[in-house]
Design a binder for this molecule. Structure first.
Ligand code: G3P
Length: 218
């Protein structure tokens, strides 16, 4: 499973990219608002820091507007994935932009039928929002499971499942077990993936025993 980080904080992205474990980045208008910087500049910087796909979301909701904005965003760098909402116009924009060679991430997916439509529209990525479904009392991971089943039933559908609105490390494990192609994860959750108290305790014990040997490796 690929790891994308879900943030528009360029400093944070550069730090995480240095681990060599980051496959891409997703942003959304809320994350860009938090960054308080010029959107296109942010996207250009992220694209230069991370070679994988970088999702940049359109703000227009009509087809023409989405196409204009999508083309502008796609011109920023080869690794921009234009993010469009899961509406009829969003699906039309998806079809047109992928036809022009752009990557497209169809976002705000809350049902399996929406995901089927996005795949038929040629989406590069579909973003089911796991955490927001959980918040509403539904089972967000069940949606990822349903989409996996549907896409596996029809191998001609090449859309990658990008589990989004990931809120905790359990979500990451579940997405991997279900077979999501990508999980986009907030920086804090990405950092938390490495932690286990028994790792810390075990390392402490090994180091204490090593000191007793009085040896050095180099
Ligand atoms: O980028 C889309 C998604 O990951 C947003 O997550 O936590 O705002 O529901 P959240």
């Amino acid at each position: 499973m690929k790891f994308f980080v879900d943030t528009a904080d360029v400093t944070e992205i550069k730090e995480l990219a240095a681990t060599g474990l980051l496959d891409g980045v997703t942003t959304n208008p809320s994350l860009v608002a938090k960054a308080k910087r010029d959107f296109r500049e942010i996207i250009a910087e992220i694209c230069a820091a991370v070679p994988g796909p970088v999702s940049a979301e359109v703000a227009a909701t009509d087809l023409d507007g989405m196409l204009k904005e999508g083309r502008t965003l796609a011109r920023i760098a080869k690794n921009v994935a234009v993010k469009v909402p899961l509406t009829w116009d969003g699906l039309k924009a998806c079809r047109a932009l992928t036809g022009e060679g752009a990557m497209v991430n169809v976002t705000l997916c809350f049902s399996a039928n929406q995901a089927l439509l996005a795949a038929k529209a040629g989406a590069t990525f579909i973003s089911p929002f796991v955490g927001r479904l959980d918040d509403s009392g539904a089972d967000g991971m069940e949606l990822v499971r349903e989409i996996r089943t549907i896409y596996d039933n029809f191998p001609e559908l090449k859309t990658q499942i990008l589990a989004a609105s990931i809120r905790n490390v359990l979500h990451v494990k579940q997405a991997a077990m279900i077979g999501a192609d990508v999980a986009t994860v907030p920086p804090a959750v990405l950092r938390a993936l490495v932690s286990h108290p028994l790792t810390d305790k075990g390392l402490e014990l090994f180091l204490a025993d090593w000191r007793k040997t009085g040896q050095r490796i180099v």
